[in-house]
Design a protein. Structure first.
Length: 253
């Protein structure tokens, strides 16, 4: 797995390239919707993709990045001088326990070009090419003061979940014209809300190609849906791309 972060005036973004032993590739762009530093963006990339690897049942993973700060802090070669860096490090320690083998290694920038290109797509808020997954992160992965978290267990894997539904900000805006206090996040909600519609108290997203309404679900509901698909009609060895496709075809977003 290769990852990198990018910070520009438009915001922060991260890119991740996951390569399987047989050469198959999964490409991810993460757009960070709060004011994150470059190092925070890279920690977010590492944490989110480690969680994904755990969900996919991956037990051995090689991780590469050209970020000397993150790699040396994670490998305990450098101290975490800022409080939030220590919180990120502690979260990665929790995730490491789920792997039988995990190595996080530093590489030169020239060896991390693919992840760097993906990261810049995220920070530029640019349209991603076909075959690239895109996610928007509306809050940091680390626990903030006053925020509660819970751990869910699914088939032996513990997954950290923040008890805040991502759908609520859109429901609040569509229903009551209520926006987040942070200006950048409010702008993002206004822009993205054009793709959503409220039917009763349920939030739906219009499919880009067909216009079909997809029911929006929380992280916990989405995890349950993917587990049901994975254990049922899709078989035990379905790739993540297949699982996501099945969820969309079933009518969920």
């Amino acid at each position: 797995m290769y990852f990198d972060g990018s910070l520009k005036l438009g915001g922060a973004g991260v890119g991740v390239l996951l390569i399987s032993p047989d050469g198959r590739q999964l490409k991810y762009v993460l757009q960070i919707l709060w004011q994150a530093t470059n190092n925070e963006a890279k920690y977010e990339a590492l944490i989110h993709r480690l969680r994904m690897a755990i969900t996919l049942g991956i037990k051995r993973l090689l991780v590469y990045s050209n970020s000397a700060v993150v790699i040396n802090q994670v490998n305990k070669d450098w101290d975490c001088t800022k409080e939030n860096m220590g919180a990120y490090y502690a979260e990665i320690q929790k995730l490491e326990k789920h792997f039988q083998g995990l190595e996080i290694l530093h590489v030169l920038r020239e060896s991390n070009i693919a992840a760097d290109v993906l990261a810049k797509l995220g920070s530029d808020r640019a349209k991603v090419p076909p075959g690239v997954f895109i996610e928007e992160l509306s809050a940091p992965s680390i626990k903030q003061p006053g925020e509660t978290t819970t751990e869910l267990t699914a088939k032996g894997n513990q997954i950290l979940v923040i008890n805040t539904s991502w759908t609520q900000v859109f429901i609040d805006y569509i229903k009551e014209n209520k926006l987040p206090a942070e200006k950048q996040q409010a702008t993002q909600v206004i822009r993205r809300s054009k793709n959503y519609i409220l039917v009763g108290d349920k939030l739906y997203r219009r499919a880009a190609s067909s216009g079909v309404l997809l029911k929006c679900v929380s992280f916990e509901e989405g995890k349950q849906i993917l587990d049901e698909i994975h254990s049922g009609c899709c078989g035990n060895h379905a790739a993540s791309r297949t699982l996501v496709g099945k969820a969309f075809h079933t009518g969920f977003y």
